[in-house]
Design a protein around this ligand. Structure first.
Ligand SMILES: [Zn+2]
Length: 526
């Protein structure tokens, strides 16, 4: 195993590094040359794990049961899964890429036609957010949903194709394979989703009634006449702004980068060398979103942003630097394969923990953005807005997780009905009378970002678990000492362990408990 690891590191580190650098270059410049380099690097990366001899060697090591040293055993587990996903028949794999490309094209070129006029997704969202007329809302919602019949059959074929691949690798279906190869047991994830469902159901029902009251008044109709197009969003995945606090106002004259720099320095996790390598502001050709990347797992950590002085970008830079510090403050004595997050959702959790601070009145006061009087004035409304947003999102994530799981278990069932069963049960929206359309196929993640959505919610749960642990066991009431203690907690209990433990063991060692929905529920329920 030791020999395998040194061969792996010698061959893979340069490929990993080139993939990171090429993607960085492409995302900040957007030039054709940079994208071509990026494509080449991604292909080398994927091809690396198709090596059949290397996989056979790992399989033999695994089956021998003789790799008992904890660090070597953990590397074996991670590498085995990496190579296993590369052992698919290449013809099946290129067929899958072809199918995905075709579907991508259909989504990209589709425009809703509403009363004879073409509309982009943004225009549909605009109508849903701003129109007060039920007929206009319904037309926009139904127009957008017409992408469903255009892609549904292709998606079912793709789902079955993905299942064939999974079965070839020894899994019962693609959903099970995706979770297991990422180190998640589907039963554990379902258990957490069940726990969260039962903890939030009643509170959500109460809030949903409040939301319905708000919308009934907004549209001048009765609650019974509300339909899915009345919720200001194509999927009811975001909360309506019932308790709007205008956070942007507070950031108009602030510099989010300086605030983030000062905050991270204050908790003893300075980010100067991350910021020095980062690309922080808008420019032509550049990716308009944000991400953080660990180029070499040896200190070259960067973040791409398009920062403006508003609350969205304050949240985003804190979020990306959460990912960034997780990478930067890893334990350099660990072998390369373990100098990584315990799971993608654990790094999302850290990023969410810090991102949430941007709209947290006590943090804003501590950072000198608002005074104590203003902090007290907006405390309740901010908290209500946070709870509403989280509850609405968590119910929507339930729909996505359970629909995908059931779809991969049996793609031949009545998926149109399955979708609305989930929507009615978890989001408590009523299916429009007699509707029998593939509305599930209108959500691009179902087709193209499969079996990943649950990680967004797990990230929120863990962010709340970290928050609860920090409040009960890390901080003592003196601001300066508490900030340092918070940074220390993350560095020693979350960042330094890297991927040396399975994610749930890391969480248990860090917080004294395995991942639980309990603290998230406590935070979002009054
Ligand atoms: Zn993130």
């Amino acid at each position: 195993m030791k020999e395998f690891v040194s061969g792996y590191e010698a061959a893979f580190i340069p490929i990993y590094r080139e993939a990171g650098l090429a993607s960085w270059e492409a995302n900040i410049t957007g030039t054709d040359e940079a994208w071509a380099r990026n494509e080449k690097a991604s292909i080398s990366y994927v091809n690396f794990f198709t090596d059949r001899e290397a996989f056979a060697e790992l399989k033999e090591l695994k089956e021998s049961g003789m790799v008992r040293d904890p660090l070597l055993a953990r590397q074996l587990e991670i590498m085995y899964n990496q190579y296993l996903s590369g052992q698919v028949d290449t013809a099946l794999l290129s067929q899958q890429v072809k199918m995905e490309t075709e579907i991508t094209k259909k989504y990209t070129t589709y425009r809703a036609v509403v009363n004879g006029r073409e509309m982009s997704d943004n225009e549909v969202e605009d109508v849903l957010r701003n129109s007060l007329k039920s007929s206009e809302l319904q037309a926009a919602w139904e127009g957008h949903k017409m992408i469903g019949p255009a892609v549904a059959d292709d998606i079912i074929k793709l789902v079955k194709h993905r299942n064939t691949i999974a079965q070839q690798l020894g899994f019962s279906n693609y959903h099970q394979m995706s979770l297991e190869l990422s180190g998640q047991d589907p039963e554990d994830v379902t258990e957490i989703f069940d726990e969260l469902d039962s903890l939030t159901r009643d509170t959500f029902a109460g809030l949903k009634d409040e939301i319905d009251g708000y919308f009934a008044a907004r549209y001048g109709i009765s609650k019974d006449d509300l339909r899915p197009w009345h919720y200001q969003n194509r999927y009811f995945q975001e909360a309506p702004e019932i308790y709007a606090v205008d956070f942007d106002r507070y950031y108009e004259n602030q510099d989010p980068v300086q605030l983030a720099r000062a905050y991270y320095a204050g908790i003893g996790l300075p980010v100067d060398s991350i910021l020095a390598r980062s690309d922080l502001y808008e420019k032509p050709g550049k990716n308009q979103h944000a991400f953080s990347t660990d180029i070499d797992r040896a200190g070259d950590v960067r973040t791409l942003d398009n920062i403006r002085s508003d609350s969205y970008w304050m949240n985003t830079i804190l979020h990306e630097l959460g990912h960034g510090t997780y990478s930067y403050y890893n334990d350099m004595s660990l072998p390369f394969a373990l100098r990584d997050a315990a799971h993608t959702f654990t790094t999302e959790a850290v990023a969410n923990y810090f991102g949430r601070l941007a709209t947290n009145p006590s943090w804003m006061n501590q950072m000198g953005i608002i005074d104590e009087k203003e902090m007290n004035r907006i405390a309740d409304e901010s908290n209500r807005a946070f709870r509403l947003q989280q509850l609405v999102f968590s119910r929507w994530a339930q729909v996505m997780y359970r629909f995908e799981k059931a779809m991969y278990e049996n793609p031949d069932q009545d998926l149109n009905q399955l979708w609305w069963d989930m929507v009615e049960k978890y989001q408590m929206l009523d299916k429009p009378e007699g509707r029998d359309m593939p509305d599930w196929a209108t959500k691009i993640h179902v087709a193209l970002y499969p079996c990943y959505y649950h990680n967004y919610l797990l990230g929120e749960l863990l962010a709340s678990q970290f928050n609860a642990y920090i409040h009960s066991s890390v901080i003592k009431g003196d601001t300066d000492t508490d900030m340092k203690a918070t940074g220390d907690f993350f560095r020693t209990s979350v960042f330094m362990p890297g991927a040396r433990y399975q994610w749930n063991d890391m969480i248990e060692k860090a917080t004294g408990e395995k991942l639980t929905a309990k603290y998230y529920a406590m935070q979002v329920i009054e």
